[in-house]
Design a protein around this ligand. Structure first.
Ligand code: WT7
Length: 638
């Protein structure tokens, strides 16, 4: 194995690592930028197309298309294409949370068989090309099978994170008008069984869902409604093990995934069949430097975009063996994830800063050698220098590149990172744009900023094949959010960033009201809506403040309409949040105030609340209609 060389706090792969890497010559950047569409068109040729694309990129700002005229199926590329060469290779290793249970190992052949059977089951339930199917499932092989089966028959999947509440599920189902939901009886989380079916039953009330497929996982008691509910195993048992893959147009919708934005309602991000497949394939291969004998483990939940692209589609498109763990990586023991890495000989590990900080706090030094690891990586939020160094020394043992990968639900795949065979890996810097990706950092006037100056991170045409094609049933939101700041040819990421003198990009944080809590993307507006809807609340403001492990946590400032401020009321409000979104959105603290700081026009000044916590100068308070509210806040916070 190679070593990583440290040159003044910039890290590089050594000769040996470079020699083995798929990309080790930085001429790829120059070549790709000269003609980005050709770069992507060449990669697209490595996939199987029923009909070859006629045009690579079509731009009708703010809309764009990739590989038009092409016909493709991602499930065919994940399965059938691999059956020729690696039929008996292990595709998926599923590790259950209860340690006494056996793992499940599915070869490409077995996975393919199960996907084909379930595709036929979906057809039997009346699911047709273009229909939306809701998937509300934990980390199970069946979740992957369900996603691939939808893709196979051309149905659009809309996965909803299993830790979201029934209310959050309902909002997402209503948004898509899904007629069918796939779920499970329950699953294991930190030693307990979570009854998922109860939440599913609650969530589908009043929606269009007419049929529910239930995977038996935890064996817990559920309410089974005959005629509406079907057990997965009974439904698939007698299905044929072949189902023709639908020939999808490149620009047909592959899936919708909801994410939070500035406003109260989540947005349904649309990803398409051709472009997403090409980007998922290429970024997984070239960034994670995957070779045939690698074992890849992304800890991301399938309910988020990282789970879609790197815990499911990306590894399968590359014919890789990958691990899926049912529980949280630090359970039952803080070093459970180290044991899993050793048990399966994981070579390539992908996780989030919040997990890294948690591991660091709980373990400090790691005794496991984890000698198979060759590459470690991070995603979702900025990784601070201390966590970076700990990850590098304790997990990578100084031998593995750390890839800090930047992207978003909207971009479909990684857009900024260093490549492992080239480097550099610089703590707290995410790296440079992936070959063929054009980014810039602009000031308010739209002018590029100088080195070390902060500005708005934007992506320039031709963007990337895997980027969103729209916001479900909301074209206005698409235009305004992404193409409303610098005109309809420049995609605004909503992130603030700067470049060092070598062009390495450092992400500072969001420019909008999105916060990252333990890597989960939440909107403070959405939280405010939920708290405001509680009958005893008059109004509220939610902000994110830095947190040692979780990155950020929400705080709520609440003005009551009735009832008494105190612990009891805090509990009621927390319950409201758990019901509305889920436990992940629980405010770390709730402050009861008489008034919120407001402008004369009545806008809540969240900036002032944030500054009170960061102990920064509050700046100009003359626009405030009620400066006395700040005095009250100062007293409460101290
Ligand atoms: C936001 C997108 C796409 C993967 C999971 C997150 C932040 C993402 C990094 C990174 C600093 C990062 C950005 C971005 N973010 N990766 N490497 N360094 N910040 O997807 O939930 O859509 O969130 O996460 O603020 O805009 P997401």
């Amino acid at each position: 194995m190679g070593k990583i060389i440290n040159k003044k706090n910039m890290f590089f792969p050594d000769k040996e690592f470079k020699k083995k890497a798929l990309i080790n010559n930085n001429s790829i950047y120059k070549k790709a930028l000269k003609n980005p569409t050709k770069f992507w068109a060449d990669i697209a040729k490595e996939l199987y197309w029923f009909n070859k694309p006629k045009k690579t990129f079509v731009h009708k700002p703010p809309y764009f298309q990739w590989f038009t005229g092409g016909k493709i199926n991602i499930s065919y590329n994940c399965l059938d294409k691999n059956l020729e060469e690696r039929r008996n290779k292990v595709a998926l290793i599923w590790e259950p949370e209860p340690l006494e249970e056996r793992e499940r190992i599915l070869t490409y052949y077995e996975l393919s068989r199960q996907v084909n059977k379930f595709s036929n089951a979906l057809k039997q339930l009346g699911v047709k090309k273009g229909d939306v199917v809701g998937i509300y499932m934990p980390m199970l092989p069946e979740t992957i099978i369900a996603m691939l089966a939808c893709a196979r028959i051309g149905a659009v999947h809309a996965v909803v994170f299993s830790a979201f509440s029934s209310n959050a599920l309902k909002i997402r189902l209503e948004g898509t008008k899904a007629k069918i939901l796939i779920t499970a009886d329950g699953y294991y989380r930190r030693g307990k069984i979570v009854n998922l079916k109860d939440s599913a039953d609650e969530g589908i009330k009043g929606t269009n869902v007419k049929k529910v497929v239930v995977v038996k996982r935890a064996g817990n008691q559920i309410k089974f409604k005959k005629g509406r509910d079907y057990y997965w195993n009974e439904l698939t048992e007698n299905q044929k093990d072949h189902c023709e893959a639908a020939k999808m147009n490149s620009e047909d919708t592959l899936f919708i995934l909801f994410t939070s934005g500035s406003t109260g309602k989540p947005k349904g991000i649309i990803h398409t069949c051709g472009g997403y497949t090409v980007q998922a394939y290429a970024t997984t291969k070239l960034i994670f430097d995957l070779k045939d004998d690698d074992i890849f483990w992304s800890t991301a939940d399938l309910g988020w975009i990282t789970g879609h692209t790197y815990s499911c589609y990306g590894p399968l498109l590359n014919g890789t063996t990958f691990v899926l763990y049912e529980g949280v990586p630090g359970y039952p023991e803080p070093n459970q994830w180290c044991k899993t890495i050793e048990k399966y000989g994981v070579t390539t590990f992908y996780t989030a800063p919040t997990a890294i900080r948690m591991f660091e706090k709980e373990m400090r030094t790691i005794k496991e050698k984890m000698s198979t690891l060759q590459l470690i990586s991070s995603v979702g939020e900025p990784i601070d220098e201390e966590a970076w160094k700990w990850y590098f020394n304790q997990v990578g043992k100084g031998n593995c590149p750390i890839l800090d990968t930047w992207w978003q639900t909207e971009t479909g795949g990684i857009l900024i990172t260093s490549l492992p065979g080239i480097g550099p890996f610089k703590p707290t810097f995410t790296g440079i744009p992936f070959p063929g990706i054009r980014t810039d950092i602009l000031n308010k006037e739209g002018k590029p900023v100088k080195a070390n100056e902060k500005g708005n991170l934007v992506i320039l045409p031709p963007f990337s094949p895997g980027m969103l094609r729209g916001v479900y049933k909301n074209p206005k939101k698409y235009q305004e959010t992404y193409f409303g700041t610098y005109g309809n040819k420049i995609y605004f990421t909503s992130d603030v960033a700067y470049k060092d003198k070598n062009g390495l990009i450092r992400i500072v944080g969001r420019a909008d009201d999105v916060i990252k809590v333990a890597g989960h993307r939440l909107s403070t507006g959405e939280l405010e809506n939920i708290i405001d809807s509680y009958k005893k609340v008059s109004e509220c403001a939610v902000i994110g403040i830095p947190h040692e492990i979780k990155g950020e946590v929400p705080l709520a400032f609440v003005v009551l309409k009735s009832g008494k401020p105190g612990d009891e009321m805090k509990k009621e409000i927390v319950q409201q949040v758990e019901k509305g979104i889920g436990k992940i959105a629980r405010p770390a603290e709730i402050y009861f105030v008489k008034e919120l700081p407001k402008t004369r026009s009545g806008k809540i000044m969240r900036r002032i609340l944030r500054k009170l916590f960061s102990k920064e100068d509050m700046g100009d308070l003359s626009t405030l209609a009620n400066p006395e509210s700040v005095e009250e806040l100062k007293k409460i916070i101290q």
